[in-house]
Design a protein around this ligand. Structure first.
Ligand code: NAD
Length: 433
């Protein structure tokens, strides 16, 4: 099948490379000329485990290529994916659909023969109708159907998530499009992947409801962690104890500094706006949004509560990305933490294995270091902000020797309190005493 992927970001590039690996003929398109030039030169613009090899193999196999010009590609395609960003709209917190709308207008005059336009971007209910209207308005003769196919991949495990998903959700109203979608995802038959075929509006809502629920689970365990600290309970044991209940499940029950990333913040906000506009507000998600925002703001206070007045003190931050195995800095807790520490008078030294290039663009006044041991040099406190593997077994004796004062604030509960304290550290973590 001939496929165009419009938008070659985290989702577009991974989805395009995986679909090519399934045997489809895929062209990934982006308006970012630099990004496409790098991809054509064999360079991968994002960090995602396994992606470089996957892209290289499929380019070599002639199934994957790159372009900046939809006009060169779209007319020959059976399926055109829209995988552009849907960030938060500053004015009202809703999803900014301007990129999605622009793609609809761009591709409309290029469609030739029956074409399925597939919305992979996360979009509010009714966006499929809008895309259909825009294409129809621009090119009344076009023979096409608009489908919703939200993406659930997680950065850091994106290839596996795409190739072995828990399910594929497809919102489709047209029989020919249903067949095209079935053919597109036929390679997942071998793993008996459930294909959830529903109406377009239902599919759009499934994505937001999924992210809203997951965000709520994290906010819940974070508040339980606060309670644990007050009453002398252990949040990891509470999470284990409740997670064994199959109705609850063990995932997304890791207490921490508050969720970040490219999706949860914007999607929970957009869901609250959709629900309010529809006259069916979801107060649980509204509370989740507020709880998480307050939590992220409060984290720097946890550091100063341990160090005392931060003026002139040095804090080492280990981890800047919103989670490990990605270079994505979008809405990462470090973006709240570092400026707040600096505002309190601290010097901030930081290290992240993959995120420093992007972090340098977003964070002023941070001293970026070459590795974890370089970052803790002369520090009065070390804060573990992202649970990268390389921070899980630090040489604590060396860390202690390098620091000005052995104080660790472990916001990801990477270490066992008794182990760190036995090495002579003052140690604080989340929801454990
Ligand atoms: P991204 O910002 O990494 O990539 C979007 C790309 O689209 C950019 O490269 C941009 O240049 C390009 N683009 C914008 N307008 C264009 C146009 N008119 N023509 C061609 N290219 C254009 O975004 P992302 O993280 O890949 O997210 C894309 C969508 O997928 C969002 O709606 C997001 O919510 C959703 N999503 C993201 C993830 C994730 O983990 N990142 C997971 C599931 C769903």
């Amino acid at each position: 099948m001939r496929v165009a992927m419009i938008g070659t970001g985290y989702v577009g590039l991974v989805s395009g490379a995986c679909l090519a690996d399934f045997g489809h003929s895929v062209v990934c398109i982006d308006k970012d000329q630099d990004k496409i030039a790098r991809l054509k030169a064999g360079e991968i613009p994002i960090f995602e485990p396994g992606l470089e090899e996957l892209v290289q193999a499929n380019v070599k196999g002639g199934r994957l290529s790159f372009s900046t010009d939809p006009a060169e590609v779209v007319g020959d395609c059976d399926a055109v994916f829209i995988a552009v960003g849907t960030p938060t709209r500053e004015e009202d917190g809703h999803a900014d659909l301007s990129y999605v709308h622009a793609v609809a207008r761009e591709i409309a005059p290029l469609l030739s023969g029956f074409t399925v336009v597939i919305n992979k971007s996360t979009v509010p209910v009714g966006t499929g109708d809008e895309v259909e209207g825009l294409i129809r308005e621009t090119n009344p003769e076009a023979d096409f159907a608009v489908v919703s196919n939200p993406e659930f991949l997680r950065e850091g495990a994106a290839i596996d998530d795409f190739k072995r998903p828990d399910r594929v959700v497809i919102g489709v109203e047209d029989d020919r499009a249903r067949q095209v979608m079935a053919d597109l995802y036929r390679p997942l038959d071998v793993t008996a992947t459930p294909i959830v075929m529903v109406g377009r509006r239902t599919s759009e809502l499934i994505k937001y409801a999924a992210n809203g629920f997951l965000a709520m689970k994290i906010a819940f365990i974070n508040e339980v962690a606060d309670l644990c600290e007050k009453v002398g309970a252990d949040v990891q044991q509470v999470a284990y104890g409740i997670g064994l209940d199959k109705r609850i499940g063990p995932k997304f029950l890791m207490a921490g500094p508050g969720y970040g990333g490219s999706c949860f913040l914007k999607d929970t906000l957009a869901l609250t706006r959709t629900a309010q506009e529809a006259g069916a507000p979801i107060s649980l998600i509204e509370a989740t949004v507020e709880s998480n925002a307050n939590r992220k703001k409060s984290m720097a206070g946890r550091v100063s509560a341990m160090t005392g007045d931060l003026t002139g003190k040095t804090v080492a931050l280990l981890g800047l990305t919103f989670k490990p195995n990605t270079d994505d800095m979008r809405d990462a807790p470090s973006l709240d933490m570092a400026p707040a520490l600096i505002a309190m008078g601290a010097r901030v030294q930081a290290f992240d294995p993959e995120g420093m290039e992007e972090a340098a663009r977003l964070l002023d006044g941070v001293d970026f270091r070459d590795g974890p041991y370089d970052a803790v040099q002369g520090a009065d406190a070390v804060v573990i902000l992202t649970e990268w593997d390389q921070f899980r077994a630090l040489d604590l004796d060396r860390v202690k020797m390098l620091m000005n004062r052995p104080l660790m604030i472990d916001l990801r509960n990477v270490y066992r309190p008794e182990d760190v304290r036995a090495r002579g550290f003052t140690y604080a973590s989340i929801g454990r005493s």
